[in-house]
Design a protein around this ligand. Structure first.
Ligand code: F1P
Length: 306
């Protein structure tokens, strides 16, 4: 048997990383304060974590919160604070955006690298170096950054009805890293990930993981958008996977197509369900003879100029 991939090893460390993120958030400076108008940004995986946090913060009643990819940021808007997520701290679009807005807004950066340019560019930087990864494909850094921000929300106020505390999410992740994945999901040839509210960003990330690590055909949509077209893709041998609570009737809709529905309901926290999708990405990559540690066409960071 060959050695487990770095990606799969890093995936298993997430419960501990999330617990450590909660400790780090307790003493961190620069986190959004309740009532502030906040924007969150990043690229790729980091943008999807930004989406999840923005939706969770706004649903928590802590203030209007937008998320944009750094390359499509509407800079003419007005915010109190910009939160940037960038594992490498070197992504060009993120650094360019900070340069453009730093005189107007407070900037908090979450990164894995204390020596990276984003640390110098931001007003405050939170360095989650212990969550950094050797893999190009991000798993634990991204979810740990989200856990850190989520812990900040928990400390500042009440979370929305039905959202678990981070400590419970970390316990759910302990289950998610070991639980066998359903055979029909492993052998499918297409996967559509769905999520409502803050779980939509997580669904986007699940789909990206499958593309990055396994070169798989995936799609992702807000849960209620599925019936508005994307359902046409699902059929025998294909999967619709809902992270978080499923809308009424989804099971019947998927069953009519002949496809497989993965719906964990409220058992696992949606972040823990994302961990299962990360494991699926590794398993599908390996079943296709791909090495998840060397994803096709990807680099650790996109640096667009010298
Ligand atoms: C962002 C990112 C990754 C993606 C790829 C290129 O990096 O887009 O999400 O998987 O490796 O870079 P970062 O800004 O978080 O370092």
């Amino acid at each position: 048997m060959s050695e487990p991939s770095l990606t799969s090893l890093e995936i298993t460390t997430q419960p501990g990383c999330w617990r450590r993120a909660a400790e780090a958030a307790a003493s961190a400076a620069g986190l959004p304060r309740p009532g502030e108008r906040v924007a969150v940004t990043g690229c790729g995986t980091s943008w999807f974590m930004a989406q999840a946090y923005a939706a969770l913060r706004e649903a928590s009643g802590q203030g209007e919160t937008d998320a944009f990819p750094a390359s499509e940021f509407p800079v003419s808007r007005t915010y109190d604070r910009l939160v940037v997520i960038t594992r490498s701290g070197t992504t060009t679009e993120v650094l360019d955006l900070i340069e453009e807005v730093r005189e107007r807004w407070e900037v908090l950066a979450l990164t894995a690298d204390a020596t990276s340019p984003v640390v110098r560019a931001a007003d405050e930087a939170v360095v989650l170096a212990w969550a950094d990864e050797e893999s190009v494909v991000q798993t634990r850094f991204a979810t740990t950054a989200l856990a850190f921000l989520r812990a900040g929300l928990e400390a500042a106020g009440r979370l929305p009805e039905g959202v678990k505390r981070l400590a419970e999410a970390a316990s759910d992740a302990e289950t998610a890293v070991i639980e066998p994945l359903p055979r029909a999901v492993l052998s499918a040839d297409q996967w559509t990930f769905l999520g409502g509210g803050w779980a939509y960003g997580l669904a986007q990330e699940a789909a990206l993981k499958m593309r990055e690590a396994a070169g798989a055909w995936t799609e992702s949509y807000p849960a209620m958008e599925y019936r508005h077209g994307p359902v046409s893709i699902t059929g025998p041998g294909r999967v619709a996977w809902i992270l978080g609570a499923a809308p009424a009737g989804l099971e019947a809709d998927v069953s009519r197509t002949g496809g497989v529905l993965v719906s964990d309901g409220r058992r696992l926290d949606p972040m823990a369900d994302l961990v299962r999708a990360q494991r699926l990405a590794v398993a599908v990559a390996e079943s296709r003879g791909l090495d998840p540690d060397t994803p096709r066409g990807l680099t650790r960071s996109v640096i667009l100029k010298g």
